[in-house]
Write a protein that binds this ligand. Structure first.
Ligand code: AMP
Length: 190
């Protein structure tokens, strides 16, 4: 059973094509507050990043942003509970990783994918046992999940490691999986 206090959310700095993506970000923010969880995220005011942060703040929750200096000047959110301005993207990702007890990817682009896969690669090396999952709004991640099954079939990913990437259609369902999560113990070497 994982004890959760803060959840890191990776998500698009864009809002995406469908209004359902923004709705999912807002619902996740509201759900975090209902479940007594704080948000850790990339500290921006734009796209789904801004939507999830605003939803947490609107519901009376706490938001911790971590943002590199250059980005902070252009897209930094100005009303966060706590904001860490750091010197580099690497510093940002390390701090977000250290602050959070679990990681959720909402729909997003390359930045989101890079962040969530970094966490998964650290998990499969046994560096941490924190839960990590995708909030699959509108089936956004269906094809990525299918591709990961292909990676398993082609024996580049262990089935046990594939299962570490949790997935759910709603925030409640994903957080329930997080709370029940037991870290996978399986060698990386196939
Ligand atoms: P993307 O999915 O490509 O839009 O990238 C979003 C993710 O990468 C976020 O979780 C951020 O941590 C980081 N990121 C990328 N672009 C930005 C940006 N313009 N402002 C803030 N964070 C960004």
């Amino acid at each position: 059973m994982a004890t959760l206090k803060r959840i890191c959310v990776y998500c698009g700095s864009s809002s995406g094509r469908k209004p359902e993506y923004v709705a999912a970000a807002r619902e996740l923010g509201a759900c975090l507050v209902r479940e007594g969880l704080e948000l850790v995220y990339g500290g921006a005011s734009i796209g789904l990043m801004g939507a999830v942060a605003d939803a947490v703040l609107a519901a009376g929750g706490r938001v911790i942003g971590v943002i590199p200096r250059g980005l902070a000047e252009h897209v930094g959110h100005e009303r966060l509970s706590e904001c860490h301005v750091v010197d580099s993207m690497h510093e940002r990702k390390t701090m977000m990783y250290e602050l959070a007890d679990g990681f959720i990817a909402l729909p997003g682009g390359m930045g989101t994918l890079e962040e969530v896969f970094e966490i998964l690669t650290w998990a499969q090396l046994g560096y941490h046992g924190k839960p990590c999952g995708a909030l699959n709004a509108c089936g956004y991640y269906d094809r990525l999940m299918g591709f990961l099954d292909h990676c398993v079939a082609e024996r580049f990913v262990a089935a046990e490691h594939r299962q570490m990437f949790l997935v759910a259609a709603t925030a409640e369902q994903l957080l329930a999986q997080f709370r029940a999560y037991a870290p996978v113990r399986c060698s990386k070497w196939l």
